[in-house]
Design a protein around this ligand. Structure first.
Ligand code: TRP
Length: 455
């Protein structure tokens, strides 16, 4: 059993928790969660999402950390080596490849949206020095989407930030970045929550929208979206968490760190909802049917209206950029680790090439918002929406299905028991085992079957 990885190691359990939480907490929590909750009717969607976190997310989180730590390599090689050790086919490495492909696709559009947040942060920054504010947020957002050059520029800036960290390596890049950025993120989030709870009188309405389920709103599509969101927000199904697990000390308790990360991520999503919906409602906008522009179109209204609104606006969009940054490094890291293992090139060159390719791929998403707006790829979805759909709702759960089967059936019980640790009551292990062996795979298959219209 290897105790270190060739790519580097986290210096402590806390460093892993910060990095994995940094990966999990991102645009998925603060941008995507509120807007898809808004599109899918509120409470009932949130309930299904929480059930997915508990029944699929948490067991898979533990499985990914376990596989990564046992294999100590990129997802492809960890899966391949562990499969060979347990007498199974090397082809399991292919699951890692699906993950890396999904990560690539996600990084390409993720960076475009992160570019929007950088642009908004910059916009508020210039307002500090007297530039004029955002008078009509919908028009400002529409103008941004209509401007490929501007989006390409900020998408590029964000990609440079991402590759800068990854190129510096695990200890000097990833760990150093999250140690500074994560505390900053929590601080900013708390300030905004306090504002939303005290300065608007719509907090109660937001709570009702988020937590009172209206089950008539549920159908197979909504459930599939909730499942995709659960995977996306916890960074599962592409090897981000698996790769981070490879750098975790053998001494740390996997259930403990895994639970911490899942709780922190879910907490941030709910807090973001509770900070954002009161503002949306208080400014007379409907909490329903928000779309990707939700926070970009509603929050600037509030910021323009409140004392020190420019400072709040700047803080909010900085917060979002920081959250996106600590996530995007985890999208780039698995592919980087894999190509470092597979080629003779240095981490720096590999990271640079991969980021350049993801940046180029992102240009298709940029153009799908304006020039190719009318071009539908899958159903009514333009290219960016299709990439998001294929990666989040199909590839992540599919890879998740295989990861659950791998952890439950391919890895020997001796290995999984040893990795999860002995210091827990027996039901923790048994519970995890039944979830990954039966419940998680079955639920994923049922959701897919339901979506395909089989029942
Ligand atoms: N979880 C991040 C977010 O919510 C995004 C992310 C990072 C991700 N790494 C991932 C999503 C791996 C899926 C898979 O913004």
């Amino acid at each position: 059993m290897k105790t270190t990885s060739i790519h580097g190691m986290w210096s402590s359990r806390m460093a892993f928790i910060l990095a994995a939480t940094g990966s999990a907490v991102g645009l998925g929590n603060i941008w995507r969660f509120p807007y898809i909750t808004s599109e899918n009717g509120g409470g009932a969607f949130v309930l299904v999402y929480l059930a997915c976190i508990l029944l699929m997310g948490l067991p898979l989180m533990l499985s990914e950390i376990m596989i990564g730590r046992r294999g100590r390599m990129s997802p492809v090689n960890s899966l391949k080596n562990l499969a060979t050790e347990s007498g199974s086919a090397k082809a399991w490495g292919g699951v890692g490849l699906i993950g890396i492909a999904a990560g690539f696709l996600i990084l390409s559009f993720y960076s475009v949206v992160a570019g929007w947040t950088l642009y908004y942060a910059f916009h508020f920054f210039t307002q500090l020095f007297g530039a004029s504010g955002i008078a009509d947020p919908s028009a400002t957002f529409a103008e941004l989407l209509a401007n490929p050059g501007r989006m390409t520029f900020w998408h590029g800036v964000f990609m440079v930030l991402t590759v800068g960290v990854v190129a510096m390596g695990v200890e000097n890049g990833l760990e150093r970045a999250v140690r500074v950025l994560m505390p900053l993120l929590f601080l900013l989030l708390l300030i905004l929550l306090v504002y939303a709870a005290t300065a608007t009188d719509a907090f109660g309405q937001a709570v009702v929208f988020l937590f009172r389920p209206d089950f008539s709103r549920l159908d197979a599509g909504v459930v599939m979206t909730a499942m995709g969101q659960a995977f996306f927000t916890l960074s599962l199904g592409m090897g981000s968490i698996m790769t981070y697990g490879a750098y975790l000390s053998s001494q740390s308790s996997i259930p403990r760190v895994g639970l911490t990360v899942a709780l922190a991520d879910t907490g941030v999503a709910l807090i973001a909802g509770l900070a954002i919906f009161p503002i949306v409602i208080a400014y007379g906008l409907s909490p329903e049917g928000g779309g990707p522009g939700l926070i970009f179109e509603s929050l600037p209204l509030a910021f323009a209206d409140m004392p020190f609104g420019i400072v709040y606006g700047l803080m909010f969009f900085l917060l979002l950029s920081v959250a996106a940054w600590t996530s995007s490094i985890s999208l780039l890291e698995p592919g980087t680790a894999f190509f470092v293992e597979a080629t003779r090139f240095s981490r720096r060159s590999v990271a640079l090439v991969l980021a350049a390719v993801a940046w180029l791929a992102g240009l298709v998403s940029v153009l799908s918002l304006n020039v190719w707006q009318e071009v539908n790829v899958i159903g009514e979805r333009n290219f960016m929406e299709s990439a998001e759909y294929v990666a989040n709702d199909i590839m992540l759960p599919l890879a998740g299905l295989f990861i659950a089967i791998f952890a439950g059936w391919v890895l020997s019980k001796t290995v999984s028991r040893e990795e999860l640790g002995e210091r827990f009551p027996a039901w923790v292990y048994t519970g995890w085992l039944w979830l990954v062996r039966v419940a998680t795979p079955l639920l994923i298959l049922i959701v897919f079957a339901g979506k395909l219209g089989w029942f």
